[in-house]
Design a protein around this ligand. Structure first.
Ligand code: GLY
Ligand code: MN
Ligand code: MN
Length: 470
């Protein structure tokens, strides 16, 4: 867990950049089936950025006028102690966190009004809609979590993003630990793979590994022999020895920091000739994009670089025709690589995605409208301290490769007849897809791959498959 000194420094940094009070909400319990049946509590990521392990319903008022931070917590009750165990007193919390004061959550509205008077108070919309509605009522800020242009005041979003985008040592330590747990989960899944089991059995090993280390899945685990379904979260398929398993899973630490890693491997332990070619091209595209990471590089250029390497490889495989630059220029590569090469990573697996392109592209930079590149989630100029993923892939998606409009548009550039072989191989189940994803820190001297220990060399992956466990 990041130290209290770390969090205190982060709060001071925010106070130094704001000129009006800011109210942040942690969010509360979200129920399923009936009110007392709660989903696991996860505080809003911006709140987590400033406070360790926030309590449900916590709120915080940052006031730059006097440099104070007031934390609001639910009053301690006997029922809580009975059902959920003892909780630290307000005095203990104040001492441990080093905040200016701790007040009763029930007094939030009254005390914000008392402290701020007629000054404008800004807030952020968060995933918990009840908490957001309360913050709106208190501040009058018409924020909306589901409209990225209204998640918060633009200056406030940019100020928070500037802090969240430059990892401090305590944060990196958490991300390295998340990467280590994620490495174990991926290698266990590879080792336990064998024909005749169901995807969900491997998911049990992946998520069990997270839980054994005090982590949770940072997002819905994607483990599928249908790797061409990009965010496939069903786990009911039986593994055939001719299938390729794609695992996209990452651990989230108790602090909220996470990893996001994808690997792919053959159920049999040996890639087919087609799968070997696809794997090697995806790995080459990933490594080329990673090698190009350094401060000042535009993230979109990493996307286009990986698209060119993929296109080159697809030409070698007879799946495309022409010159890589021209193929990427026309968008033909998206027939096999229909998504962006990655995104920011930190407390959210798509870090600060709720803040919209204002933060992920920067003020004034607009998304491409071209199919494929339109899904690029990040287009900043890289700076030292930024963390992001690099995750190219090649997929055989029937809905894309058999689409009459695409077939017309990319006739001559895409060999749709050859693609049909991949769509129908594997006893008509099709090839699926292969993605390789790592988490990268941009340093002054270039890339540091936080997830480098997760095996990805083809031979190393093959050697691990089926190597352990019943
Ligand atoms: N795990 C989701 C993604 O890679 O974006
Ligand atoms: Mn990712
Ligand atoms: Mn992923």
């Amino acid at each position: 867990m990041p130290s209290s000194t770390h969090h205190k420094a982060r709060r001071r940094q925010l106070l130094a950049t704001i000129d009006t009070p800011v109210l942040l909400m942690a969010g509360g319990w979200i129920s399923r089936n009936y009110p007392a049946n709660w989903s696991p509590f996860r505080a809003d990521s911006t709140f987590l950025f400033f406070f360790p392990q926030p309590e449900p319903n916590a709120a915080a008022l940052f006031d730059p006028k006097d440099g104070s931070v007031t934390l609001f917590l639910d009053e301690r009750t006997q029922a809580d102690a009975l059902w959920h165990g003892p909780v630290p007193s307000f005095a203990d919390v104040k001492r441990a966190l080093g905040v200016t004061r701790v007040e009763k959550r029930a007094d939030l509205k009254r005390l914000v009004a008392k402290q701020c008077g007629t000054r404008k108070v800004r807030t952020l919309a968060i995933a918990d809609q009840r908490a957001t509605a309360e913050a709106r009522a208190i501040t009058g800020d018409k924020v909306d979590f589901f409209d990225s242009s209204r998640v918060g005041d633009q200056d406030l979003l940019l100020a928070i993003a500037k802090l969240r985008n430059h990892r401090a040592p305590d944060e990196l330590a958490e991300m390295r630990q998340a990467a280590a747990v994620t490495r174990e989960a991926h290698t266990v899944a590879m080792a336990r793979t064998r024909p005749g089991i169901y995807e969900q059995e491997l998911v049990g090993h992946v998520e069990g590994t997270f839980v054994r280390h005090g982590c949770v899945p940072a997002y819905n685990t994607i483990l599928s022999v249908r790797g061409e379904v990009l965010h496939n979260t069903t786990h009911a398929n039986l593994l055939h020895d001719t299938d390729v398993v794609l695992l996209d899973a990452g651990a989230e630490m108790a602090s909220g920091y996470c990893a996001d890693v994808t690997r792919a491997w053959p159920v049999s332990g040996r890639f087919s000739p087609e799968a070997r070619d696809v794997y090697d091209v995806v790995l080459a595209a990933e490594q080329a994009a990673i090698a190009a990471v350094k401060p000042g590089v535009r993230y979109r250029d990493l996307h286009l670089l990986s698209a060119r390497v993929l296109s080159d490889g697809l030409v070698q495989m007879g799946l495309m025709h022409g010159d890589a630059d021209a193929l990427v220029e026309s968008g033909a590569h998206a027939m096999f690589f229909p998504h962006g090469v990655g995104h920011l990573l930190g407390l959210d697996v798509h870090d600060m995605e709720a803040f919209g392109d204002l933060v992920a592209y920067g003020p004034g930079r607009k998304r491409s409208k071209q199919f494929g590149t339109a899904y690029l989630r990040l287009d900043l100029d890289l700076e030292a301290g930024m963390c992001f993923t690099i995750e190219p892939g090649i997929y055989f998606v029937p809905a894309i490769l058999r689409d009459p409009a695409f077939r017309k548009q990319f006739k001559g550039q895409v060999d749709f007849a050859r693609a049909e072989h991949f769509l129908t191989m594997n006893s008509l189940r099709g090839f699926g897809g292969i993605r390789i994803e790592d988490d990268v820190l941009c340093t002054k001297s270039g890339p540091e791959v936080l997830t480098a220990a997760v095996p990805k060399e083809r031979v190393a992956v093959e050697a691990l498959v089926g190597s352990g466990g019943a």
